[in-house]
Design a binder for this molecule. Structure first.
Ligand SMILES: C[S@@+](CC[C@H](N)C(=O)[O-])C[C@H]1O[C@@H](n2cnc3c(N)ncnc32)[C@H](O)[C@@H]1O
Length: 269
């Protein structure tokens, strides 16, 4: 019920931004637990694909990190300047920085509570977190080799503003590494925003089956964690948010009403 009302109110762009910001502020302000580093639906590769090696401490967030790996693997991040927009609780940015060795990783989120959590939790030379808005970035033109954007854009008031900002801050030859979901009838609009950005399309794929497989594989872990920390009266809303099996959001993916896409776009050199 709460999820349906939320979805209804999100049809109005300024309200959508406000509601999502409030939600992420609430999550980071109330749930500071170490075990919760990622906030995406995850990615499960095909069975024969070798799995990425993770530190034992990151193993519980394997599916969320696999999504970061999958979305960013086409770009050489080594020695580069990376910007993540919508970093959430910071686990993805910290892992990318550690695993892919860019010179710097700058991660922004519009939730000040989430950024405070990231700053407390992660510290490494070249890794920084700051409050920032995807639709109005506080960076110079052409300052990054890659812009990473994972499961965040569905919250934005203006996708056009985000795409223009991503293009502006990319260096020539730099890549936008993007993944997110949409209702199936909104996919064309998403594609038009990305392709109309002046960036060149390098890759597009529907990764919904991989996301569903990750939701299935990670279901019990997520439910156990939620039962530990979420009060009973909020469980339904959290089950939808986390897309646990049988929830409204899980069913939207399963029935094809919602789909998850991966795009890679490049700024002309
Ligand atoms: C589903 S979470 C994903 C977080 C992270 N990318 C991950 O995969 O774990 C979406 C994130 O996008 C952030 N976000 C939403 N709208 C934003 C905006 N306009 N500017 C910056 N961050 C935004 C939210 O605060 C939230 O942390």
């Amino acid at each position: 019920m709460i999820s349906r009302l939320f979805a209804l109110l999100c049809r109005f762009a300024p309200l959508k931004r406000l509601l999502w910001r409030r939600w992420y502020q609430f999550l980071a302000g109330h749930y500071k637990i170490e075990e919760w580093q990622m906030m995406n639906y995850g990615y499960a590769p095909l069975p024969a694909t070798p799995l990425i090696l993770l530190d034992p401490a990151d193993e519980s967030e394997r599916y969320g990190l696999q999504l970061y790996h999958w979305v960013t693997q086409s770009a050489d991040l080594y020695g580069g300047q990376v910007l993540e927009i919508g970093c959430g609780r910071g686990g993805g940015a910290a892992w990318l920085h550690h695993a892919r060795h860019p010179d710097s990783t700058t991660a922004v989120d519009f939730s000040a509570e989430a950024i405070a959590l990231c700053q407390q939790r992660y510290s490494a030379a070249g890794l920084s977190f700051q409050v920032g808005d995807a639709e109005r970035l506080a960076f110079q033109d052409e300052s990054f080799d890659a812009v990473v954007n994972i499961e965040s854009s569905h919250c934005y008031g203006s996708m056009a503003a985000f795409v223009a900002e991503a293009r502006r801050v990319l260096k020539p030859g730099g890549r936008l590494l993007f993944a997110d979901f949409r209702d199936t009838d909104k996919l064309d609009a998403l594609r038009q925003h990305l392709l109309g950005s002046g960036l060149t399309l390098i890759h597009e794929s529907n990764i919904t089956p991989h996301v569903l497989a990750a939701l299935d594989a990670d279901n019990d872990r997520k439910l156990a964690l939620m039962r530990k920390i979420i009060p009973q009266q909020l469980m339904n809303s959290f089950e939808d948010f986390a897309a646990v099996k049988g929830s409204l959001v899980y069913e939207e993916f399963r029935t094809g009403r919602m789909q998850y896409y991966h795009f890679v776009l490049e700024k002309a050199a």
